[in-house]
Design a binder for this molecule. Structure first.
Ligand SMILES: Nc1ccn([C@@H]2O[C@H](COP(=O)(O)OP(=O)(O)OP(=O)(O)O)[C@@H](O)[C@H]2O)c(=O)n1
Ligand SMILES: C[C@](O)(CO)[C@H](O)COP(=O)(O)O
Length: 245
């Protein structure tokens, strides 16, 4: 299937290019403290990862999904997705998020050699609205080398030193909170992972290091990352609201 083949937009709007999605899901979820890998933690009875992969495939602009799973749980994760009728390749993740993305991305370019748009999407951001996923894919398909969804800062932010003493108050109007999916032209992400030579807390960080501009699109509150027990409670409530509406 040639990349950038057009698919009808699920909302009935403009056709959307179809991307390959890499889903880092190999984290331990230590801050959540649920006693199992975070990707397997249920939200209203369904694993976080299942919600995330379903959301990607239902967005209408993703043609293939590769999941990086906790190495000890590759079979469990593959069975979970199979049982949910969600087609995805599952590979063992790495020691940190960057390593997990690298492994899944390497698999993706072998599995879909003509891929031109790659999304990297945290399993932990399982409730990202389809409109955000489509906006990122559309921006990359239109020629942006790298695109990330962002939100403005709601709080004042301080820079502090090692003992917590305030050093400065950055101008928050120039700051953004960063979400996923992050979208990339395949050649750009390939070069970033080959040349940036480091870990980063997000994939756009590696692209910045090789000097490629990163564009932004509006993110969404529902694309929150489930990190703590409080976030899990919020996710349960948001999903309950969606199911009852
Ligand atoms: N070695 C790792 C670490 C993280 N991730 C993934 O990267 C995303 C963002 O990470 P985060 O939410 O911080 O998850 P954890 O690393 O599991 O969290 P914690 O630091 O609390 O253990 C998650 O979908 C997580 O599964 C990954 O694939 N491989
Ligand atoms: C990629 C990310 O979700 C963007 O906000 C985030 O950086 C991942 O967070 P982590 O806690 O560093 O894994």
């Amino acid at each position: 299937m040639p990349e950038l083949q057009m698919a009808p937009d699920a909302a009935g709007g403009e056709p959307t290019a179809r991307a390959v999605a890499v889903v880092p899901a190999a984290g331990r979820g230590e801050r959540l403290g649920y006693g199992m890998p975070k990707a397997l933690v249920p939200v209203r009875g369904t694993a976080l990862l299942t919600h995330a992969v379903r959301g990607l495939l239902n967005a209408g602009c993703v043609r293939h999904v590769v999941v990086a799973a906790p190495p000890a749980d590759v079979e469990v994760v593959a069975a979970l997705l199979r049982d949910a009728d969600l087609p995805a390749d599952v590979v063992p993740g790495g020691a940190d998020r960057t390593d997990s993305v690298r492994r899944a991305f390497e698999h993706a370019v072998k599995a879909v050699p003509d891929v031109r748009v790659v999304l990297v999407h945290d399993a932990a951001r399982a409730f990202t609205p389809p409109s955000v996923i489509r906006a990122v894919v559309a921006a990359v398909a239109s020629g942006a080398p790298a695109v990330i969804p962002v939100l403005p800062m709601a709080d004042t932010v301080k820079q502090v030193d090692f003992d917590g003493t305030v050093l400065a108050t950055p101008d928050r109007s120039a700051l953004r909170v960063v979400q996923t999916p992050q979208g990339f032209a395949t050649d750009v992400l390939t070069r970033a992972y080959a040349e940036a030579g480091d870990s980063a807390t997000d994939d756009a960080g590696l692209v910045e290091k090789i000097g490629v501009p990163v564009a932004t699109v509006p993110g969404h509150a529902c694309a929150m990352k489930v990190t703590t027990p409080f976030d899990l409670a919020i996710a349960e409530a948001v999903l309950a609201g969606q199911e009852n509406s």
